[in-house]
Design a protein around this ligand. Structure first.
Ligand code: HEC
Ligand code: HEC
Ligand code: HEC
Ligand code: HEC
Length: 183
């Protein structure tokens, strides 16, 4: 009777040991197949760069570019005094960012609202919104505007997206899609 009991205990302990080692092995599993290529890292490595308004002008000169020139955004750099143009605390919102060569793109240019254009700039991407969005284009939503239109601005006048996005002092005119009218 006591021998049987001992055997039963031994079997139970063995079962527990095997079970525990199986469970212990489990959390290690995801770490092991390190040889597999990490596609998420590859995707994140694709960096979209700013290319500057002159590149956008090549194809948008007659419409959005010409209209943008008349807005406060086009003149936002000139609103700063020379000494203020050297202060990051001012340039952060009065410029667009740096291009791949490290040149600061002054003023609130196209890409401040539409996203860095190094990849979406091609005719094929531009004519297909889905492709353009996949290649770095952003929707010019309220979230984009309030990166600059917020109370960190020393001249903040408040921000109402519905009003501001229709105000010709800041917004270029909208033009009907050429690709649709051409047919
Ligand atoms: C957080 C973003 C941001 C920062 C930082 C910022 N500005 Fe501006 N600035 C704006 C916005 C947005 C406007 C447009 C005003 C509005 O409608 O709120 C503006 C407008 C201006 C104007 C136009 C005058 C006016 O009253 O509209 C001047 C001049 C100016 N800023 C100077 C500066 C200086 C100088 C600094 C640095 C000390 C600075 N800004 C920092 C966002 C910013
Ligand atoms: C202050 C932000 C802002 C800047 C700067 C800006 N845009 Fe826009 N753009 C918008 C908004 C908002 C729309 C309307 C989007 C919508 O209705 O979905 C738009 C629409 C467009 C469209 C769609 C066609 C149309 O006219 O409706 C094109 C093309 C365009 N912009 C090109 C440009 C170019 C080129 C520049 C630079 C010369 C520029 N944008 C600068 C905000 C901006
Ligand atoms: C990169 C920063 C930045 C972004 C993004 C931005 N703005 Fe501005 N905006 C400015 C600055 C700076 C001025 C002031 C320029 C000046 O007066 O010289 C301004 C001025 C304006 C003005 C004119 C205000 C006035 O009373 O003179 C309007 C309207 C405006 N922005 C609308 C928008 C809208 C709508 C969006 C988003 C679709 C947007 N802005 C995105 C920085 C920005
Ligand atoms: C090689 C020519 C070319 C260049 C360069 C170019 N675009 Fe375009 N873009 C187009 C064409 C063509 C369309 C489609 C226009 C249409 O259907 O009316 C377009 C459409 C757009 C649209 C509307 C997309 C949509 O479907 O809502 C935006 C926004 C835009 N361009 C912004 C820009 C910006 C910002 C730049 C510079 C970074 C730029 N484009 C550079 C040719 C170009």
């Amino acid at each position: 009777m006591s021998r049987k009991f001992l055997i039963a205990i031994a079997v139970l302990v063995a079962a527990m040991f095997i079970g525990a080692s199986l469970m212990a092995a489990d959390p290690e599993k995801p770490a092991k197949p390190a040889a597999k290529p990490d596609t998420t890292a590859t995707k994140a490595a694709v960096k979209f760069e700013y290319i500057g308004k002159d590149k956008c002008k090549l194809c948008h000169m007659k419409d959005e570019y010409g209209s943008w020139l008349t807005t406060a955004h086009a003149k936002a750099w000139e609103a700063l005094k020379p000494e203020e143009q050297k202060k990051d605390s001012c340039t952060v919102c009065h410029s667009t960012g740096k291009d791949a060569a490290g040149t600061l793109l002054t003023g609130v240019q196209c890409e401040a609202c539409h996203g860095p254009g190094s990849a979406y700039r091609t005719q094929a991407n531009m004519k297909n919104k889905k492709l353009a969005l996949g290649a770095g284009m952003t929707e010019p939503t309220k979230e984009i505007c309030v990166k600059c239109h917020n109370d960190k601005s020393p001249n903040f006048k408040g921000f109402d997206f519905d009003k501001y996005s229709k105000d010709p002092k800041g917004m270029h005119k909208l033009f009907p899609k050429k690709t649709e009218t051409k047919g």
